[in-house]
Design a protein around this ligand. Structure first.
Ligand code: AMP
Length: 114
């Protein structure tokens, strides 16, 4: 068993509501949604935090945003608008140490965030 929760989702050891998958990227609904649409978009490669992203990961990280664009379009929220956010470490509230983009939409999102 892997220590990384999201690696367990990638390997299907833990079930998830998967909405998007490619060779490099997986996206699934957040178990504790903060908006009508709340999807987590992760690389299949284990990267702990934004601080651990290397130059050679640039294309992979870009693919997370391409996934966000496709999912938003598929869910019909692209024109209304949505937010993507990635938390880094304790002060930002990161709880799972495998980088993930939160894709939030389907309601008005306030700014600044809490
Ligand atoms: P963060 O606080 O940015 O690290 O976000 C971690 C997110 O993972 C939270 O929004 C959790 O609700 C979500 N989460 C934790 N466990 C699961 C799971 N098994 N399936 C889907 N989402 C999860």
């Amino acid at each position: 068993m892997s220590e990384d929760l999201f690696l367990k989702i990638i390997s299907r050891e833990i079930p998830a509501d998967i909405v998007y998958e490619t060779d490099d990227v997986l996206a699934f609904r957040d178990v504790n949604p903060q908006a009508p649409l709340h999807v987590l978009i992760i690389p299949k490669l284990h990267i702990r935090t934004i601080n651990d992203i290397q130059a050679q990961d640039a294309e992979l990280v870009g693919k997370l945003f391409l996934a966000a664009r496709e999912i938003a379009a598929g869910q019909g929220i692209a024109e209304d608008g949505y937010r993507v956010v990635m938390n880094c470490n304790a002060m930002a509230g990161q709880t799972v140490f495998h980088i993930h983009l939160h894709l939030l939409g389907g309601r008005r999102l306030d700014w600044p965030p809490g």
